[in-house]
Design a protein around this ligand. Sequence first.
Ligand SMILES: C[S@@+](CC[C@H](N)C(=O)[O-])C[C@H]1O[C@@H](n2cnc3c(N)ncnc32)[C@H](O)[C@@H]1O
Length: 245
Amino acid sequence: MKKKPRMLKGLAVKDGLVRHPFDVEFGVRTSGLVAGRHLSEGHRHSRHATAYYAVAPSIFRGMIVRWRRCRPVAPIDEFTLIDLGAGMGRALLLAAEYPFRAVVGVEFHPTLARIGRRNLALWRAAGRAQAPMRMICRDAAEYELPPGPCVAFLFNPFGGTVLRRVLRNWASGLARCNAQLDILYVNNVQESILERHPRLVRLFKGQVRRSQADTLADRKILTSQPDGEYAAMAWEDCSIYRWTG
Ligand SMILES: C[S@@+](CC[C@H](N)C(=O)[O-])C[C@H]1O[C@@H](n2cnc3c(N)ncnc32)[C@H](O)[C@@H]1O
């Protein structure tokens, strides 16, 4: 008999789940708040995971606007967008509204990756995807960048140990292929690691505001958490970096 996948704590109504209007409007499943301690899969980097929570659509779009002002090295249709810690794929769905060469999610939790794949399929079926999309179930620290210009999106997925490993893993490939990489970092808690990195130049640092609708939605979602661990803010501290050869 096929084993029933385990329900993650934070994704059920009894855990205080409130659906974000994005899910209600588009019939997808990206809402929920899973604390880092519930993401453990016996994985070597589990204890460094922050939490699962999907990015506010207005924050994601605001970052793309700021990134495009930073004069990317190539047209958007030559870039692959990679969401490191992609969760259930909300940022991927939003990214596919733009004509990227490809949109790739890297998520280490199998339950979240599985739900994410279903969301991508719904998005494609609804004809909303302007870019090819895929979800890879893997540790971000083991993911190699694809060829061509890349833009990595991070919504505070993990602590400094994993972020350092990701950068170390990418460094040799970037040097070998003289590749292009920009990094969009939302809720930039580990900012100092990027700031001190010898190959990274900061292009933007500041607060990106949520739309009023997203502020209201996130406030409603976060005030219904049983443990009240996370606070709802009207903005996110963000930064954008470029890898320089
Ligand atoms: C804050 S959520 C962001 C979700 C998604 N990027 C979005 O904006 O909708 C962070 C995600 O990173 C994942 N994560 C944490 N550590 C990871 C790792 N080492 N490798 C891959 N995914 C990881 C978590 O499971 C969680 O789904």
